[in-house]
Design a binder for this molecule. Structure first.
Ligand code: ADP
Ligand code: MG
Length: 579
């Protein structure tokens, strides 16, 4: 074969592949452009998970009509002039690639008006071909609409995940910028639904609440550390609030979300011995560093950066986070034996089977020691240890069991507790007891090619979990039975609900997938809140919970119980002064 230079069209599609991987990449680039244009209001509208339309409007500086045709030309940018500038990039964009790339794989329309222009102009780019701009009336700012993404790259389209997953990626992008730019008002709608919104009032905790809920936002621990070069700020979760993956450890360098395994690792190390194995904190951490100290031109999507002195940055991050966490460590309550210097160390190292390891972190007494008006920024740690033998007192609100232990009062959430019990039971028996329900008529379910591969790979597991599924034709499957526990769903929905769990996981590990599926099944099977239980049922629930290996959390990591130590009761009743 002879060597040929690729046609422009092909070359730009190849280049586009690096920048535009999925709808969320488009959202990211358009938001970055809006931020670079100084916008403080950014609205993102998405139709069909971004496959039909992504529209981003901003109130930034706008684009002068003369410049408009250049926006979609590769390597055309207003943010960089010469090679030296590359070493002091202070904008989010600088490669002049995004709009050219997006325009080559979609139908794009840019409508913009700059302050110094009487009227606005709009420009269409259809699969890479740039049309003549036309004058239009519009407010100052820019709207970029991207329709029919990947219409001319069927391979890309095929590799997109379920709408749910693609939407989640879009949500993540918007949330990340929302967190990093609390001064900017973000609004995201999917089809007709308002999914995420910030006020732009500059209050970081307010954005945290919009993302994680008020409860978690209040408990997040502030981090702040500064030296001549670095400024580290943000919020990290106290050890009691964790997730099963590190997806919510977010790190920003000079306002840019970055993915840097080593940075994440140095943050995680700050939690040394405070977290259970396999649990990760939530974190939103901002690193500000002089632009000459960091190279942002490492990766087409600009998701990676290179620090001039990375050791120093990693150390500073670790130190800042560790210091913030220690400052928020609850004081162990009196009467509770103090373990190693950190209460967290007990929870991480307490061997199960040791009854004395129930000790409560004692955080409950802390509230009293804080100056008035300050909220305690922690949540009691949930040690991954056994519970003592409990004496049932009764049920309240048909939802909680009250029990007495040697060390005080226990409130048990019956649903969460039952989930935990079922979960451990299924794991122990390797699920071979999950009863299934034969369908009267076999049901045919089709999957997208990428999902079909996953399903085919996981067939043995599915069959073990109470499904009876086999491959049938191209990307199709026949379902003959489903787990009894899922019979309130249609067979198709039951299978899809489980398969979505495979897809959500970026690096599906067999054991994790199995756990996730079982957790989902258990959630459905567990007694519900609001369900009255007989005395016998309540007792056996407690007995079974005591027998669990990790009785204090449900399979999704939420607490199954709240422990009120005698100590705290005495204090609350004024029998003992606060410490
Ligand atoms: P880059 O951001 O790397 O410069 P892009 O392809 O993303 O490259 O954008 C090209 C140029 O288009 C930018 O340099 C900027 O001048 C202009 N531009 C793009 N989006 C906007 C916007 N929302 N507001 C103002 N100007 C914009
Ligand atoms: Mg850009």
């Amino acid at each position: 074969m002879k060597i040929k230079i690729l046609a422009d069209e092909v070359a730009s599609q190849i280049a586009a592949g690096e920048v535009v991987e999925r709808p969320a990449s488009v959202v990211k680039e358009l938001i970055e452009n809006a931020l670079d244009a100084g916008a403080d209001q950014i609205e993102i509208r998405v139709l069909d998970a971004g496959k039909r339309l992504i529209a981003v409007s901003d109130n930034g500086t706008g684009i002068h009509p003369e410049d408009l045709p250049l926006t979609a030309v590769r390597h055309a940018t207003s943010k960089l002039e010469n090679a030296e500038d590359l070493f002091k990039v202070s904008t989010l964009g600088f490669r002049g690639e995004a709009l050219a790339s997006i325009g080559s794989v979609s139908h794009m329309k840019i409508t913009s008006r700059s302050e110094d222009a009487q009227v606005g102009a709009s420009l269409r780019v259809m699969g890479g071909s740039i049309e003549e701009p036309r004058p239009v009336g519009c407010p100052i700012g820019t709207t970029i609409e991207v329709a029919n993404l990947f219409y001319n790259v069927p391979a890309r389209l095929k590799f997109l995940k379920t709408d749910r997953t693609e939407k989640r990626h879009i949500d993540d992008v918007v949330v990340h910028y929302g967190l990093a730019y609390p001064d900017v008002r973000f609004k995201l709608t999917h089809d007709q639904d308002l999914t995420f919104q910030t006020t732009g009032k500059g209050n970081a905790r307010e954005v945290l609440s919009a993302v994680y809920g008020v409860d978690i936002a209040q408990k997040m621990v502030p981090v702040i550390a500064e030296d001549e070069i670095l400024r580290i700020s943000g919020f990290v979760s106290p050890p009691g609030i964790t997730r099963s993956n590190r997806r919510e450890v977010l790190i920003f360098v000079n306002g840019r979300p970055v993915q840097d395994a080593a940075l994440v690792k140095s943050l995680l190390q700050a939690y040394h011995t405070m977290l259970m194995k396999g649990r990760y904190p939530l974190a939103v951490l901002f690193i500000e560093i002089p632009v000459e100290q960091v190279d942002v031109n490492v990766h087409p999507t600009k998701a990676e950066v290179r620090f001039r002195d990375k050791g120093e940055v990693f150390r500073s991050v670790g130190k800042a986070v560790r210091r913030a966490l220690l400052a928020n460590t609850p004081v162990p309550g009196a009467g509770v034996p103090r373990g190693n210097a950190l209460w967290g160390e007990r929870s991480a190292s307490a061997p199960s089977g040791r009854r004395s390891s129930w000790m409560d972190p004692g955080g409950w007494g802390r509230e009293e020691t804080l100056p008035e008006g300050t909220k305690p920024a922690y949540q009691p740690v949930i040690p991954d240890t056994e519970v003592p033998i409990l004496r049932l007192i009764g049920q309240v609100a048909a939802t909680y069991l009250i029990a007495e232990g040697p060390d005080g009062l226990y409130l048990v959430d019956q649903h969460a507790a039952h989930e935990r019990i079922l979960f451990e039971k299924f794991l122990a028996e390797r699920a071979d007891e999950i009863p299934s329900q034969q369908l009267l008529e076999a049901v045919h379910v089709d999957f997208s090619p990428s999902s079909a591969d996953l399903v085919a790979e996981k067939l043995p597991l599915l069959n073990q979990l109470g499904f009876e599924v086999e491959s049938f034709g191209h990307n199709g499957f026949v379902v003959r039975a489903i787990p009894l526990l899922l019979t309130d769903l249609s067979p198709e929905a039951a299978l899809r609900s489980v398969v979505e769990d495979f897809e959500e996981d970026e690096t599906p590990l067999e054991s994790r997938i199995e756990e996730k599926i079982i957790a989902r099944v258990c959630k459905r099977a567990a007694v519900k809140a609001g369900q009255a239980l007989t005395g016998e049922e309540q007792k056996s629930l407690l007995r079974d919970l005591e027998a669990c290996q990790s009785p204090r959390t449900c399979p999704h990591g939420r607490p199954t119980m709240i422990h009120l130590p005698v100590d705290l009761l005495e204090q609350k009743f004024g029998r003992k002064g606060p410490r």
